[in-house]
Design a protein. Structure first.
Lengths: 264, 358
């Protein structure tokens, strides 16, 4: 996995410590801490505007928090850029699909392998010998992912033409192609019907099963969250209000209040 | 009917990933090359060579250069003319400073200088996007043009302010300067342009080309795949300016014979930009078609009445020409906003199912 020494399952892979993030006067996150253990499915839930996506952006390096730090693989990194996070084995999908719309499904997933391709400019100019061999090796890997996600039939279709559900699946494939150690999924099932949600849930579990990937996901469908995840952290208005197993969280009074409102 | 890929099974990824995966395309490209090498030289007179074929090829290379930047990497540039100028002046200085080295070496090296200048003017692209970036490249255009006029050193303090193609030979044949035969120049230009198109095609089909398209389509996702945006964009600027620079050097040495600073003005930048837009952004074929359309078509229209024996005053031909070309540009953009290359792709798709399109 990205040349990183694997972390034993159950050990801490990543922790966010006392993260506070604000944009001008808007406080997106206030003093949030939680950890993600290797091999688990960790859900981040909360009402709209709770700061879930901001949290993922902090982990990724898109946002840099004013206070607090992200400890990844035992190293505290604050000013990390997204491409460095990618190098350190963090993959990601977006809430509003962020595919390369001019490229085919195949090229989109190949794009996920960019970091693993090492041949330089000279060989790329010739597209011959080592460069071609490398391209073919990675194509074989990409085909494995295409098989895994059952999207063989849209291999050569430009992704702009695909329906929403398939776009989400291609995006998952692109993130998988990076062979991430930690996969951040931002609402992988938003806007899907029941069948598609079931498919996606199966893929998420299969990914963990097959590749041993640690998964952190944001999701609004409580049924899915409770079934899939090992531990759940709940955010509201940028603050953490609960953290624990699905059962604990479900019965937590503050969480119920956050979702259903309080009786006055 | 004949354009079918039925029965052409690919059993390796290499075959599937080939630049021309369909057999008819491979045959087609060989036929075109054969026409360019054998038939065109036989049927063309000096006029056709010097006014259509040679400049057409040179503009094709410039258009490919801009297409790398605008079509593949998504960075709009209006500085192509100036970058071509940098190549031309660099080749002129180098060829005069080291006359014993073959001219072709200097033509290919001249692009390195325009690439360097291109990278410098590409630096703002990290922060500035879209039309605003176009304005910063406009600064490159005006600044470099000013340099061509004011820096006498560039022209070796020539009194006319122009640079002239020096006399050089290749294998004993004169390829540059007043005595060079148009046919020889045509072959040199054809060779260089086909070679550089091949290199560029390799680049855009591999990792680097994919990186450019990732930056173009969704830069935040590209970053997440581990792409560092600034180096990726600067590489696009470098390759693009390199090709433009080589095209500029060829323009002076193999076509015009001499050039003043005004030859590399904003008009040239726009001309190349139109070729890229009409031909199709993000397509090498498009650059070829676009250059043929914008450059060759007006020349053909201009001389068509004379060829069929109709005597029309040249001023009138000029006016009608502008109208026809303008109308055709609008026509093609309405039929297919994505350019001639897309039109060709659609035609190919239709040919595959013809005559039973359902």
């Amino acid at each position: 996995m990205s040349g990183l020494t694997p972390i034993e399952h159950g050990k801490q892979l990543l922790a966010v410590e006392n993260i506070s993030l604000s944009f001008g006067g808007v406080k997106a996150l206030t003093d949030v801490s939680f950890d993600i253990k290797a091999g688990e499915v960790r859900a981040i839930i909360g009402p709209n505007g709770a700061g879930k996506t901001s949290m993922l952006n902090v982990i990724n390096g898109f946002y840099h928090p004013q206070i607090g730090r992200v400890v990844h693989r035992g190293e505290a990194r604050t000013g990390r850029r997204p491409h460095e996070a990618a190098r350190r084995g963090i993959g990601r999908t977006f809430q509003n699909v962020a595919l390369f719309k001019g490229l085919s499904t195949l090229d989109n997933i190949m794009a996920g392998r960019t970091l693993k391709m090492t041949r330089g400019f000279f060989w790329q100019c010739l597209r011959f010998g080592p460069a071609l061999a490398e391209e073919i090796d990675h194509r074989a890997k990409v085909e494995e992912i295409i098989d895994f996600l059952e999207i063989q039939h849209i291999r050569k279709t430009p992704v702009g033409k695909l329906p929403y559900g398939l776009k989400k699946r291609v995006e998952l494939g692109r993130a998988l192609a990076q062979e991430p150690e930690l996969l951040l999924l931002d609402e992988p099932m938003a806007g899907m019907n029941l069948e598609e949600k079931e498919d996606m849930s199966r893929f998420i579990l299969d990914i963990r099963e097959t590749y041993g990937t640690t998964i952190a996901l944001i999701e609004h469908d409580m049924g899915v969250v409770m079934d899939l995840s090992d531990r759940v952290v709940v955010l509201e208005y940028g603050r953490k209000i609960a953290d624990g197993t699905p059962d604990e969280v479900q019965n937590d009074q503050t969480v119920i209040d956050a979702y259903l409102g309080r009786s006055h | 009917m004949f354009y079918r890929e039925v029965g052409q099974f690919k059993s390796t990824y290499a075959a599937d990933m080939a630049v021309f995966p369909i057999r008819q395309d491979r045959i087609g490209i060989l036929v075109l090359l054969a026409i360019a090498v054998v038939v065109l030289p036989l049927v063309s007179n000096d006029f056709v060579l010097t006014s259509i074929l040679i400049p057409g090829l040179i503009f094709t290379l410039a258009a490919i250069g801009l297409n790398i930047l605008t079509g593949y990497a998504g960075q709009i540039s209006l500085g192509t003319g100036a970058f071509m100028g940098v190549g031309a002046y660099a080749a002129y200085k180098l060829a005069n400073a080291f006359p014993e080295v073959n001219l072709l070496v200097w033509i290919l090296c001249s692009g390195v200088f325009s690439a360097g200048i291109g990278v410098i003017f590409g630096l703002p692209s990290l922060r500035i996007k879209g039309l605003y970036l176009a304005v910063t490249t406009l600064a490159a255009q005006f600044f470099l043009e000013w340099c061509f006029v004011r820096m006498g050193w560039l022209t070796d303090y020539s009194s006319s302010g122009a640079i002239e193609a020096v006399r050089r030979t290749l294998f004993g044949l004169s390829i540059s300067g007043p005595e060079a035969d148009p046919l020889t120049r045509y072959f040199v230009v054809l060779g260089l342009v086909v070679f550089l198109t091949w290199i560029t095609s390799n680049l855009v089909h591999g990792r680097i080309g994919r990186t450019w398209m990732m930056v173009r389509d969704m830069d935040i996702a590209a970053e997440l795949m581990g792409v560092r945006l600034l180096p990726a964009k600067l590489l696009a600027f470098a390759v693009s300016s390199y090709l433009a620079g080589v095209a500029g050097a060829m323009m002076v040495f193999f076509w015009l014979g001499a050039a003043e600073p005004s030859a590399f003005g904003i008009t040239l930048s726009f001309q190349v930009l139109f070729m890229v837009i009409i031909g199709g952004l993000g397509s090498l074929l498009g650059s070829w078609l676009g250059a043929a359309f914008i450059w060759a078509l007006p020349v053909v229209i201009k001389f068509a009445p004379g060829l069929v024996g109709i005597d029309v005053p040249s001023a009138r031909v000029e006016h009608v020409n502008s109208m026809i070309v303008g109308a055709l540009i609008i026509f093609f953009l309405i039929v297919e906003p994505h350019g001639l290359a897309r039109l060709w792709a659609v035609t190919k798709q239709k040919l595959r199912v013809w005559p039973f399109p359902w």
